[in-house]
Design a protein. Structure first.
Length: 137
């Protein structure tokens, strides 16, 4: 499999504005930010997304998000952050190395949640049943 741009950043083969690093994770500024301070948290281990991540790697990434989110908010002079992550082409994933976006927000007006739909009769229970049936622990 071809090496992703994020693996090149992890290996210091290309530059990035790295803001945090520990044994398992790295955090750096998104090159095309949604807002100043928009930060990406990645595992150092080659991992595509939530569909192939192991639990220790996932836990480490989430812990780094928890650890640095206040610094991203305060460093950017923001009042809140969106923590977002895209998994799969149809979900908008462009770089196939697991990453979590921390996006500073300054005013509620600038951000719109995705449009909401309504379930038809029986639709919610049908999809909930299928999700339950697919869960493996
Ligand atoms: P996603 O659509 O969730 O896969 O997001 C990929 C993100 O990676 C985008 O927001 C890009 O702006 C960002 N990105 C792509 N290349 C680089 C790079 N070399 N350094 C930092 N961020 C990057």
């Amino acid at each position: 499999m071809e090496e992703t741009i994020f693996m090149k950043i992890i290996k210091r083969e290309i530059p990035a504005e790295i803001v945090y690093e520990d044994e398992l994770t790295l955090a750096f500024l998104d090159i095309a930010p949604n807002n100043p301070g928009h930060t990406l948290v990645v595992p150092k281990k080659a991992t595509q997304n939530v569909f192939d991540v192991d639990s220790a790697t996932w836990a480490a990434v989430l812990e780094t998000v928890r650890k640095i989110a206040p610094a991203v908010r305060d460093g950017a002079g923001a009042t809140g952050v969106n923590i977002q992550s895209n998994h799969g082409v149809d979900a908008g994933q462009e770089v196939f190395h697991l990453h979590i976006h921390i996006i500073p927000r300054f005013t509620k007006k600038e951000f719109q949640f995705w449009p909401k739909i309504e379930y038809g009769p029986g639709e919610a229970s049908a999809v909930a049943d299928k999700i339950r049936a697919n869960i493996s622990t």
